[in-house]
Ligand binder design. Structure first.
Ligand code: IPM
Ligand code: MG
Length: 356
């Protein structure tokens, strides 16, 4: 197979972790006789520094013509405490999602048994949990009209959805549910929000086309509680942009650490793959970030964009083996991790590649 892959490292630890995502792609290419051509582009704070624009035209042009994108992370502390900044790194990520029509964000949450001790949740509650989130990614308050009154003392973000936006992601979620345990939970706030009432109405209609899938509707506040209380009761979860953003960070504790979670953003054309963790400037440049979420994002890319299921499974097994052997970056280490098993980003990456 011959494919073009665009790497957008972005900010903070994004640089360090995508280095290892790329090295894993190179190792896979060699082992399975594929040819991957790599290109790189700027986005986020690094792009603002270089060009003044968080998503330079050149990056967007490259993104529109490649076969798949591996992204690192976005954000810089400089902006977090400066709400008045007009140009912000995150605008780059939001714009590329919109421009590429990446309306479905898949976030699989699965705990590797070896990491039972790394989570703050009791092991007996976690064991066996396996959830696939479908987070809508190009609508909601993220993209609704934003306003500030003239005296600057009142502000609003419009929470808006159209039926077609709900339908297209619902179909994707139902199709995935058919290949899993045939259960889908749609999360909304239909007791309060009109956009959620449209969400629920639309999902109820789509559900009729998938009689083999059992549908449950849950309010977001209840879902946030149930997710921690009994994660095993969820399988496919379908939700809107903001609710999905919050629930999937919460769900990272079910997978042991944010450093483990990969995601795929898909729509009608190119696929975009990224860890769900952020730029983590507090540890950036120290060589201690966990590269596994980026490596697992590569597995999602091979599976979803290129249909290379064996190669994807090979990566997941290599990660599993690495964890079984006891290697741990700081975020997934616990009291039982001995000094010689604690590793840097580089060591972790090298062991995974050896295990490939
Ligand atoms: C995510 C992130 C982004 C989001 C930020 C960086 C804009 O939190 O991908 O979950 O809110 O979607
Ligand atoms: Mg988030």
């Amino acid at each position: 197979m011959n494919k073009n892959i665009l790497i957008i490292p972005g900010d903070g630890i994004g640089q360090e972790v995508t280095t290892w995502g790329k090295k894993v792609l190179e190792a896979i290419a060699q082992k399975y006789n594929h040819t991957f051509h790599f290109d790189t582009a700027l986005m986020g704070h690094v792009a603002i520094e270089a060009t003044g624009n968080p998503l330079p035209d050149e990056t967007l042009a490259k993104a529109k013509t490649t076969d798949a994108i591996l992204f690192g992370a976005i954000g810089h502390i400089k902006y977090d405490n400066d709400p008045s900044a007009k140009v912000r790194p995150e605008q780059g990520l939001l714009k590329i999602r919109k421009e590429l029509g990446l309306y479905a964000n898949l976030r699989p949450i699965k705990l590797f048994d070896e990491l039972l001790g790394a989570s703050s949740i009791k092991p007996e509650i976690l064991q066996g949990a396996d959830i696939l989130f479908f987070r809508e990614l190009t609508g909601d308050v993220y993209f609704g009209e934003k306003k500030r009154s003239e005296d600057r003392l009142t502000a609003s973000d419009l929470m808006v959805y159209s039926a077609y936006e709900i339908e297209r992601i619902a179909h994707k979620a139902y199709k995935a549910a058919q290949t899993r345990s045939k259960k889908l939970c749609s999360v909304d706030k239909a007791n309060v929000l009109e956009s959620s009432r449209l969400w629920r109405e639309t999902v109820q209609k789509i559900a009729l086309q998938y009689p083999d899938v059992a549908t449950e509707h849950m309010f977001i506040d209840n879902a946030a509680m149930q997710l921690i209380k009994d994660p095993k009761k969820f399988d496919v979860v379908l939700t809107a942009n903001l609710f999905g953003d919050i629930l999937t960070d919460e769900a990272s504790q079910i997978a042991g650490s944010m450093g483990m979670l990969a995601s795929a953003s898909i729509g009608d054309s190119v696929g975009f793959y990224e860890p769900i963790h952020g730029s983590a400037h507090d540890i950036a440049g120290k060589g201690i970030a966990n590269p596994l979420a980026s490596i697992l994002s590569v597995a999602l890319m091979l599976d979803i964009s290129f249909g290379l299921q064996n190669e994807a499974k090979n990566i997941i097994s290599a990660v599993e083996k690495t964890l079984k052997q006891g290697y741990r970056t700081a975020d997934i280490a616990d009291k039982t991790t001995t000094e010689n098993m604690r590793c840097s980003t580089q060591k972790m990456g090298e062991i995974v590649i050896q295990n490939l």
